[in-house]
Design a protein around this ligand. Structure first.
Ligand code: C2E
Ligand code: MG
Ligand code: MG
Ligand code: MG
Length: 295
């Protein structure tokens, strides 16, 4: 109620007045509107997953795809995840949505199994709210069993802040999913605490260098040093490195030169609906037996 807001603003004094500005009311109203619409998005079938290839720098093979949520509202059209994921997170709607994401990914794996078109992993994003769920492992195990897929075909991405929140219980949850064969990546690496001593304790398989560091590669020497250091450090810890947001051949060559393992970005492919994905055949390298034989 705006009268109450005004009263509180006055009580807090002049300097705090801007916190109760009309723009803030508009923003809160926008979030509430999104929340109400998101609440119906699942049952109205408005959500979809797009998939973005994750490619080996050494072989050119697509080893995995990242599942990215898309929401198309009948009136608003496409709403970006940057806008609706935080709303889903704050309202707990991310819990049913997150289970829908896992289930949809599992069904996609079965479909690719049937058609024989892709044998890599689907990697899904886990939000902090999901990770705080005490029974996450049971819930996920249930979905994996019900859909009948091999958990070795799944990967999950989490951010550092999620693990830091509750280190011991997070590591236990991570470990029980890893024991089933699920692979874990640390997403947006470099934007959080980046405490190297903690990294040693996280049982993660991969680390994803945030796209903000990849963007200015080849122009910004600080970012170049940082990316080199991250790759070297990860390799020392036996963790593989994925670069996200690769858009140019120059960025790709830099990453190749510094032994980055995998990359993802518009340069190779944007996230696409499953039926639009093309999986290129594995290309033999020049010194391999079959190289060139079909040319
Ligand atoms: P993220 O997990 O870091 O995903 C990577 C984002 O970078 C995606 O944005 C992707 O479309 C974008 N991207 C990929 N390649 C490039 C590139 O070459 N250039 C640029 N500029 N961008 C690129 P998107 O799809 O908008 O998703 C944004 C964020 O929303 C994700 O960041 C993730 O944190 C969250 N999100 C998406 N789907 C889900 C989901 O199913 N569950 C949860 N909890 N979060 C999700
Ligand atoms: Mg991600
Ligand atoms: Mg990421
Ligand atoms: Mg990111």
């Amino acid at each position: 109620n705006s009268d109450t807001a005004m009263y509180q603003a006055k009580a807090l004094g002049r300097n705090n007045y801007r916190f109760y500005s009309p723009e803030m009311d508009a923003k809160a109203a926008d979030r509430l509107m999104l929340e109400n619409n998101l609440r119906r998005a699942l049952e109205r079938n408005e959500l979809a997953l797009h998939y973005q290839p994750i490619v080996s720098l050494a072989s050119g093979e697509v080893v995995a795809v990242e599942a990215l949520l898309r929401w198309t509202h009948p009136v608003m059209g496409a709403v970006s995840p940057a806008r609706f994921i935080p709303v889903a997170e704050d309202s707990s709607l991310i819990l049913p949505i997150g289970e829908w994401v896992l289930e949809t990914a599992c069904r996609q794996i079965r479909e690719w199994d049937r058609s024989g078109s892709f044998h890599g992993r689907i990697v899904i994003n886990l939000s902090p709210r999901q990770f705080r769920q005490g029974d996450l492992v049971q819930r996920f195990t249930h979905i994996i069993k019900r859909t009948g897929i091999d958990p070795r075909r799944l990967g999950m991405e989490i951010t550092e802040s999620v693990i830091m929140e509750n280190l011991d219980s997070s590591i236990r949850m991570l470990q029980s999913l890893k024991d089933m064969g699920v692979e874990f990546s640390l997403d947006d690496f470099g934007t959080g605490y980046s405490s190297l001593s903690y990294l040693k304790r996280f049982p993660v398989d991969k680390l994803k260098i945030d796209q903000s560091f990849v963007r200015d590669l080849v122009n910004d020497h600080d970012d170049e040093s940082l990316v080199k250091a991250i790759i070297a450090m990860a390799h020392n810890l036996k963790i593989r490195v994925v670069a996200e947001g690769v858009e140019t051949v120059d960025q790709l060559e830099f990453l190749r030169e510094h032994r980055c393992d995998l990359y993802q970005g518009y340069y190779f492919s944007r996230p696409l609906p499953a039926h639009e994905l093309k999986f290129p055949q594995y290309l033999p390298r020049p010194n391999e037996p079959n190289a060139g034989s079909s040319l």
